[in-house]
Ligand binder design. Structure first.
Ligand code: PLP
Length: 471
């Protein structure tokens, strides 16, 4: 048996640290197999310790702030402590910054877009490798320019600097991902911060894919490489209970009217006027997600106990191993850095295509025949994937019309595997075994395409999902 791919020095990283790691799922041959989750870039399972902590907390659950009941005092203390844990995790100064607890990265970035002041003619520099959540919120707020990527999909830092220089004085923000959810490329966010500041702009780092995999240090607010704003999601770092974070300078949130208003955001209200609360409370309208805050804080504490360097090292080795094994299969095209020794430049996210096969079919076979969960498509980064695939611009209109009419056959897309810290070499081997059969055309099922969904389903195999879990 292959050895479990854990850091022997600590034994803190184990496959069983997450819930449901070996859940049995049905496969095409009529048997069941243990599920291999290689879709961690979408969402990770919770740490078991997070589930336990949330359940434990439920004995103390009560609404926060201003309740004099003892449970309300406990809940308020826990909720405020969670902010401190978040600040500590990313080394943000809690005196100078507001730690706003939100639902997820998307909400965080939309909130920031609604809260920043954009003078007329303002420019936001985004990049060609962004998730839609760090692109669409900026449109309509300012003129958005996209810094280019090279042929493999790595950010062209020279283009970032050129755009900053050409628009100096107008660039309000550089909005950039910390790590790509498509190629896994990691950006040098401190170099980018230095550049942004040099040209009078601030920087937002979308850390949805960075925070689960690398240590983050926002640095002191007056440091030239300080990260001004940071956004990330709990469900991508072992705390899928609906809480994420937006961190940024307090004065940004102290000014103006919050994007959502109502209970919790105010000190005093008359029918004619409002005295707003101090941030971060001002930014958290309504009753907050307390279970989510507990889960997020507990997950961050566990990651810190394990040590982000160890997490990064474990995933680096796993990614290099997967790249090596995938490199031995014919007909596979890997996007981004594909050499095992290039592992440092990427987190454990590998996107690929199989020659002559639609991504949806590959994902369908991996699931139905291997019990392996992966993702396929354009991963909410359409411009990036379209560019990586070299999809002809003249075919874009046709694609637009086909999708508008509900026809999702032959859509451009990739297959993506993505690792969490609990994944092992055995998981990679399980994946390689099925992928090997796929590239050699030796898979078992006959698959039909659902044209409306663009998904492939094996004939004669329709396990009842409600038998596995129902309410
Ligand atoms: C790089 C990146 N940014 C933003 C998001 C959006 O995260 P959420 O869905 O948690 O809002 C994702 C989600 O996949 C992502 O990968």
């Amino acid at each position: 048996m292959l050895s479990v791919f854990i850091n022997q020095a600590t034994r803190l990283i184990t496959p069983n640290m997450v819930a449901g790691n070996r859940t049995m799922v049905p496969v095409l041959n009529g048997k069941k197999t243990s599920y291999v989750n290689l879709d961690n870039a979408a969402s990770t399972p919770p740490f078991n310790a997070v589930v336990r902590k949330v359940n434990e907390f439920m004995e103390w659950y009560s609404n926060v702030h201003r309740g004099m009941g003892f449970k309300s005092q406990v809940a308020t203390q826990v909720y405020e402590e969670a902010r401190q844990v978040v600040a500590h995790f990313v080394k943000a100064d809690p005196e100078q910054n507001s730690i706003v607890l939100v639902r997820n990265t998307t909400e965080a970035i939309n909130k920031l877009a609604g809260r920043l002041y954009f003078p007329p003619e303002s420019v936001v520099i985004s990049t060609a490798m962004e998730h839609h959540s760090n692109d669409l919120p900026w449109r309509g707020r300012a003129r958005v320019m996209y810094a280019d990527v090279d042929a493999k999909g790595a950010l062209d830092v020279n283009d970032v600097e050129m755009k900053l220089a050409q628009n100096a004085g107008k660039v309000r923000l550089l909005a950039v991902t910390g790590a790509s959810n498509v190629t896994g490329y990691v950006n040098d966010v401190h170099q980018l911060a230095r550049l942004a500041h040099r040209y009078g702009a601030q920087i937002l780092v979308d850390a949805a894919q960075l925070a689960p995999h690398r240590a983050i240090n926002m640095l002191p607010n007056d440091h030239p490489e300080h990260l001004d704003f940071l956004a990330f999601s709990g469900h991508k770092l072992y705390a899928p209970y609906g809480t994420g974070a937006l961190i940024g300078p307090r004065e940004v949130f102290a000014q103006g009217i919050p994007d959502q208003v109502g209970g919790g955001t105010v000190e005093l209200v008359t029918h004619g006027a409002v005295l707003w609360a101090e941030p971060p409370h001002k930014e958290e309208a309504g009753t907050p997600n307390l279970a989510g805050a507990v889960a997020l804080a507990k997950a961050l504490k566990i990651l810190q106990e394990v040590g982000m360097e160890r997490v990064a090292e474990h995933e680096r080795r796993l990614t290099a191993y997967a790249l090596r094994r995938m490199g031995s299969l014919p007909g596979l095209k890997i996007f981004g850095a594909s050499k095992p020794e290039e592992g440092d430049s990427r987190v454990g996210v590998i996107s690929f295509t199989v020659q002559g096969m639609e991504a949806g079919l590959v994902a369908g076979i991996l699931s139905s025949e291997g019990g392996i969960g992966v993702r396929n498509g354009c991963f909410c980064a359409h411009p990036y994937v379209i560019k990586l695939l070299g999809f002809p611009p003249e075919e874009m209109q046709g694609l637009w019309e086909r999708i508008s009419s509900g026809d999702r056959r032959n859509l451009p897309g990739l297959v993506r595997i993505s690792f969490g810290l609990y994944n092992t070499k055995e998981d990679v081997e399980r994946f390689i075994a099925v992928l090997g059969k796929i590239v050699e055309g030796r898979y078992e099922g006959k698959y039909t395409l659902n044209c409306q969904e663009g998904s492939y389903w094996p004939q004669g195999f329709s396990p009842k999902v409600e038998h596995y879990f129902s309410l």
